[in-house]
Design a protein around this ligand. Sequence first.
Ligand code: NAD
Length: 299
Amino acid sequence: MTILDGKHIASLIREELRAEVASIVASGRRAPKLGIVIVGHNPASETYVANKLKACAEVGINAEKIAFEDSISEAQLLQHIATLNADTAIDGFIVQLPLPAHINEQAILSAIDYRKDVDGLTPENIGRTVQGLPSIVSATPRGISELLSRYGISTEGKHVVVIGRSNIVGKPMAMLLMQRPYLSLPNLSAATIGNATVTICHSKTRDLKSICLTADIIIVAAGCPGLLTADMVREGATVIDVGITRVEDPNSPKGYYLSGDVDFASVAPKCAFITPVPGGVGPMTIVSLLQNTLQAYKQ
Ligand code: NAD
């Protein structure tokens, strides 16, 4: 069994990005710039934004936090989105989710110019991904593709079961896997992401266990700690755990610990490859945002 070390691979990619940004700046051009819009003071969102700002600084990408109070209206936020779309000094920007309940998330995401949509969540980018056109791919599926690729794990001809159908992970992941090798994922190593046979499962799927037992690769993005147990995984499978759930634990210093969707202790011994939580998909997601920002800059 091999642990897919997302932390290590992400650090290698950060090195590559740092070198590329440095050579851009050395050639007299400005560094890429990312805008990060955050509304309100959700503690988890504040942590994610702080991590993204730090990651940008590490590779020389300029990042600007654009913070608004909870009281901002949807119309006001849409105006700010229009300003960011028009701002030639910003190559890409993201809107940290979730937004407060009075703001329609889809309306906000749909207003982002898809060429600056470095989270890959606009209808244009998702539609272009579905059609195999050049697009910006949502960070988590991009990071998973990169991780598989760097470990030389090809998906061609494999049966991949994706658990979860969100717009941010499950759907785009399934699309990338089922297509002919996808041109919008530049610089992937020799391993092929695509040409897989894909089954998408969700909360209403019947007999998840039988379906998972036929999988060569299982990608779980359900947000249910311990959902995937050893009896659902066949010997030699590859398991990618996307889940991150805060589980309350009075004995831990923070009052909680982070749990994936996989019962790691029982599943890992059966696997050829498996990602840990933390240190698997999470670091790959953050570095993919940096790759997407550089992609938007180059475009
Ligand atoms: P979501 O939370 O929007 O939806 C969960 C999905 O899982 C739904 O499609 C639902 O149908 C399915 N599901 C729920 N319970 C299920 C069950 N018992 N059996 C089968 N399917 C079930 O999805 P999301 O936004 O993709 O997030 C999923 C998890 O991944 C969360 O824990 C989230 O925090 C995590 N996540 C991690 C990263 C990362 O970088 N590691 C990035 C994005 C999301």
